[in-house]
Design a protein around this ligand. Structure first.
Ligand SMILES: NC(=O)c1ccc[n+]([C@@H]2O[C@H](COP(=O)([O-])OP(=O)(O)OC[C@H]3O[C@@H](n4cnc5c(N)ncnc54)[C@H](O)[C@@H]3O)[C@@H](O)[C@H]2O)c1
Length: 325
């Protein structure tokens, strides 16, 4: 079993610590905050506790690092871990610039190390189900995908809605379509904190002609975490707010009856919800990382997918700034 060292025990880190500990892989934890270190020491008596990240990297007690610190530190901490020969699982987004992520991917590839960004939704059984429906051709030709990620709060001051919320939908949209956009636009506004957009609308167009949209906001009356895929034959909705019906398939679509001489009609059939396993996405994500460390990074698919997400985020951000200027 690979030995994992986790850096960052704030809000999200303890979830990762719990999962890696349950999987028998948590060997060390590190945080700058003494109180958080004490709490972790009490909960995980078998793990070594560090206040200094480089000391943990040099301790010889870990094979892999999990980075759960604030986003601006991701690139630097991941870079140092790869330089020390450690496999890396880095929380989303893995870097704030595409050039930084390109460098991390190239180091990981050069050294044969795993670099896995924490795009949690890719391990969600419902997203896996939607992907399998698309790949099996069940929905027919895909026309468009749109994501809704809205709520009232949490209001961030150092990360806009695109980077904080959009990273989730973007990782799923690129995964489902299997291509990178060649045209992107983001429009939004910063109503509460100067320079930090609270509401962002994004448009993406892909080389295949498929299009996507994302509505991202923490100033909204609706709590929505939904992704809708519109295909020629069927349409499917992944609604993460639903407890039981996470995925709904609509047998609806356009059609051209032979006797209407080219006129379009619509067709409505059954609506059903496939059974989705109840597995915790974070557990599946942590297990996948350990598997990669054990069997090797292969074609570095996870790292390259992470790069595609950062590239799209950067392109969307630059259009947001053009509009702002
Ligand atoms: N996948 C998800 O759904 C999800 C959800 C929430 C947060 N996250 C991600 O998790 C990461 C952490 O978010 P958070 O809300 O827990 O942040 P946080 O601010 O609550 O915690 C970060 C912790 O990192 C520690 N830290 C920072 N620099 C350090 C260093 N050099 N050495 C040691 N410790 C250091 C801080 O002391 C702090 O305890 C972010 O990247 C965020 O995007 C992911």
């Amino acid at each position: 079993m690979p030995r994992v060292g986790l850096v960052g025990l704030g809000y999200w880190g303890p979830n990762l610590a719990r999962n890696f500990d349950d999987l028998g892989a948590l060997a060390a934890v590190c945080d700058l905050d003494a109180e958080l270190r004490d709490r972790a020491a009490a909960r995980y008596p078998g793990a070594r506790i560090f206040s200094d990240y480089d000391e943990m990297l040099g301790s010889g007690e870990i094979d892999a690092v999990v980075v759960a610190t604030p986003v601006p530190t991701h690139y630097e901490l991941s870079r140092r871990a790869l330089a020390a020969g450690k496999h890396v699982f880095v929380e989303k987004p893995p870097a704030m610039r595409a050039s930084e992520m390109e460098e991390l991917v190239s180091v990981a590839e050069g050294r044969g190390l795993v670099l896995m960004p924490g795009h949690l939704l890719l391990y969600h059984p419902a997203v896996r189900k939607v992907k399998s429906l698309i790949d099996a051709g069940e929905l027919g030709e895909i026309f468009c995908i749109y994501g809704n990620r809205q709520n009232l709060g949490v209001i961030r001051k150092d990360e806009n809605a695109l980077w904080s919320l959009g990273v989730h939908d973007l990782s799923v949209i690129l995964h489902l379509l299997g291509e990178e956009p060649n045209e992107v636009w983001a429009h939004g506004n910063a109503f509460l904190t100067p320079g930090v957009e609270d509401v962002v609308f994004c448009y993406l167009r892909f080389p295949s002609g498929r299009i996507a949209h994302m509505h991202l906001s923490w100033l909204d009356p609706h709590k929505m975490r939904k992704i809708t895929v519109v295909g020629r034959d069927k349409m499917v909705v992944f609604d993460d707010m639903e407890l039981e019906r996470k995925v709904t398939v609509y047998e609806k679509g356009p059609w051209q009856p032979a006797n209407t001489y080219g006129e379009w009609r619509t067709r409505t059939g059954d609506i059903f919800s496939p059974r989705i396993p109840n597995d915790e996405p974070l557990r599946l994500e942590c297990s996948h990382f350990l598997e990669l460390v054990e069997r090797g990074p292969g074609d570095h698919v996870e790292a390259r997918d992470g790069l595609a997400v950062v590239r799209a985020l950067e392109a969307l951000q630059s259009t947001l700034e053009q509009v702002r200027a």
